[in-house]
Design a protein around this ligand. Structure first.
Ligand code: G
Ligand code: G
Ligand code: MN
Ligand code: NA
Length: 262
């Protein structure tokens, strides 16, 4: 239909833009960075979310140039935030999380493109976190993991997105070059009640304890209430993201939030 024919040229027509959603430290509430979330401003249909066009972009191969564009824009944005902070930040320079689709993982240019973007922008690798879904890495062989391992060695963080939904073998985690688990939103939803379901509490406790013993940080997604934030903080989760803090928004918003906080 219409989206399929318009997508291939949407990138050159400059129709994509990025919103940023803050990542907040659960211990002190400070803004530590943001996740980049791409949108398409379609001339007829208005703003479309990634669910409407990412699968199509993966299918047509546009995801590679689109993903590269998102990465470059986001890293440039991170550098701009860091310049605005001017070294006066309290909790360290703002960091940026960027989603990678499985097609980008198998694209041979991933490591070099990332290195080039970091060099061009002068942003240190440890300011960048690449998010890969758990399902993309299930059963991953060494060839698939090699580029991620290379990036991790450079200091780029790799996060396992939507963790807990993919039925992955927990022992498998040791093999993966990840440093962050992003706990799926479903766990956060079960913290809606107070007290939360005791079984869900045990599961989150178990994941946090395993993660920390493997030196992985835990980020929680979809936090919509203070009660959820508080329960997840008590359970030892490190970082949170969700509407309770802020919806995805323009880059200026992130900088304002980080400033207020400092
Ligand atoms: O918040 P939102 O509805 O925008 O995000 C929906 C999904 O789209 C999320 O799961 C997110 O991982 C994915 N997504 C957002 N931006 C990108 C992107 O730049 N690349 C890829 N591959 N996925 C993205
Ligand atoms: O990469 P990932 O699929 O995790 O992207 C995050 C998705 O979750 C985006 O679609 C984003 O808009 C959405 N989201 C972010 N915060 C919240 C929240 O607090 N509640 C809900 N329901 N969705 C959220
Ligand atoms: Mn994500
Ligand atoms: Na997610």
């Amino acid at each position: 239909h219409g989206l399929t024919t318009a997508l291939p040229t949407a990138l050159e027509r400059g129709e994509f833009f990025i919103e940023y959603q803050p990542l907040v430290h659960l211990g002190d509430g400070s803004v530590r960075g943001a996740e980049a979330l791409v949108r398409w401003l379609h001339p007829q249909h208005g703003v479309l979310g990634p669910d409407r066009f990412i699968p199509l972009a993966e299918h047509t191969g546009l995801i590679v140039p689109l993903g590269r564009w998102v990465l470059e824009q986001s890293v440039r944005q991170a550098r701009e935030w860091r310049e605005l902070q001017g070294g006066a930040e309290v909790v360290g320079p703002l960091r940026i999380n960027v989603n990678l689709s499985p097609c980008q993982l198998t694209h041979p240019g991933l490591v070099q493109d990332t290195v080039d973007i970091l060099e061009r922008t002068g942003v240190e690798p440890d300011a960048l976190c690449l998010e890969v879904t758990e399902s993309a890495l299930i059963g991953a062989d060494d060839d698939l993991l090699k580029p991620l391992r290379r990036l991790a060695e450079m200091g780029v963080d790799i996060a396992l997105d939507d963790f807990g939904t993919g039925y992955s073998n927990l022992a498998n985690l040791r093999r993966l070059p990840v440093s962050i688990l992003k706990l799926d939103r479903s766990f956060t939803q079960s913290m809606q009640q107070f007290p939360a379901d005791p079984v869900d509490v045990k599961i989150v406790e178990g994941i946090v304890s395993l993660a920390h013993s493997l030196d992985l940080a835990v980020t929680v997604e979809g936090v919509e209430t203070g009660a959820q934030a508080e329960q997840l903080r008590v359970l030892g989760c490190d970082t949170a993201q969700g509407w309770y803090y802020a919806r995805p928004g323009p880059p200026e918003r992130l900088h304002e939030l980080a400033l207020v906080d400092a």
